[in-house]
Ligand binder design. Structure first.
Ligand code: NI
Length: 247
C-alpha cells in the first residue's frame, strides 16, 4: 500500500496488523551527462514500490531531495544542508511514531544522505534518553539499496570496476528501466570517469568535470536495469524482513 494513495482509515486498519513502514529517500542531483537528475530518488522509490507489490507493507512518500551540496556547481541539482535534512528526517520519524509506527525503514538511494540520516536517528533516540523516557524504543534503519549482496554481485558481473561510485551504470540502468522514455543517448569522454574524494561544489566540478566519479554509465541499459531491480528487490525484502523480525 502506498501512503500517498491511501486514506487515513486504511492506515489505521493497517496499523492493527503491522507497525512497519518503508520510506524511500533519494536526492535530486546531477548524474553525469547521461544519468537522470532524479536517479537516486527514482531508484529508491522504484524498489520500495516493488516491495509493496510483493508484501503487505506501507510505503511512504519519497523524500526526493537530499544532502547534495557537492553537486551544486551543476545546474538542476537541489540540495539540503545537513542540518536541514536532519530536521526533515527527524520530523518525518516523529510524525510516524505519533501514529504508532515502530519500525521505520528508510530505503536510501544516495550516499550523501548516510551520515546525516544516521545523525537524525541519533537525535530521535537522544531526545528519549535525555527525557528518561521508557516508551517503546523506535526501530530505525537506513538501508543503501546498492549494498545488497545480490546487487553487488550483479553489478560486478555486468560492469566490473566501471561501476565507479557516482552516476554508476547500475543506478543509471535502474532509473532508465523505471523511465524508459527518458533514456539518453550520449557519448562519454573519457569512457570511465576519474576517481577521487568529495569536498565542496567548486572542487567537485574541477575534479569531476562531467559529474561522474569513477564510473562508465555508457554501459547502462534498460535490460540491465530490469535485472538490477530484481536483485535489489530480493536484497531489500530479505533485509526488511530481518529488520522487522529482529525484535
Ligand atoms: Ni546516485
Amino acid at each position: 500500500m502506498l501512503l500517498q494513495l491511501a486514506t487515513w482509515p486504511e492506515v489505521e486498519t493497517y496499523l492493527e496488523s503491522s507497525t512497519a513502514v518503508v520510506v524511500p529517500i533519494g536526492s535530486t542531483e546531477q548524474h553525469g551527462p547521461n544519468g537522470l537528475i532524479g536517479t537516486d530518488a527514482i531508484c529508491a522509490e522504484t524498489i520500495a514500490r516493488e516491495m509493496s507489490s510483493r508484501i503487505d507493507v506501507l510505503v511512504g512518500p519519497t523524500l526526493a531531495v537530499g544532502m547534495a551540496q557537492h553537486h551544486l556547481a551543476f545546474p538542476g541539482s537541489i540540495a539540503l544542508k545537513p542540518s536541514t535534512l536532519l530536521a526533515l528526517v527527524r520530523d518525518v520519524v516523529e510524525s510516524l511514531l505519533c501514529h504508532g509506527f515502530s519500525h521505520l525503514y528508510f530505503l536510501n538511494g544516495h550516499g550523501g544522505n548516510v551520515a546525516t540520516v544516521g545523525a537524525a536517528f541519533s537525535e530521535v533516540w537522544s531526545a528519549r534518553s535525555f527525557a528518561g523516557s521508557s516508551r517503546a524504543t523506535p526501530r530505525l534503519r537506513l538501508r543503501n539499496w546498492w549494498t545488497g549482496a545480490r546487487v553487488m554481485a550483479l553489478s560486478a558481473e555486468l560492469f566490473g570496476d566501471a561501476e565507479g561510485s557516482h552516476a554508476t551504470p547500475s543506478e543509471v540502468s535502474l532509473s532508465w528501466y523505471a523511465h524508459a522514455d527518458a533514456v539518453k543517448d550520449v557519448s562519454l569522454t573519457p569512457e570511465q570517469a576519474p576517481d577521487g574524494v568529495i569536498r565542496d561544489a567548486a572542487d567537485y566540478r574541477r575534479l569531476f568535470p562531467d559529474g561522474r566519479i569513477g564510473s562508465n554509465p555508457g554501459l547502462a541499459s534498460v535490460a540491465h536495469g530490469e535485472r538490477i531491480l530484481a536483485a535489489a528487490l530480493e536484497d531489500a525484502l530479505e533485509d526488511f524482513q530481518r529488520f522487522t523480525e529482529a525484535d
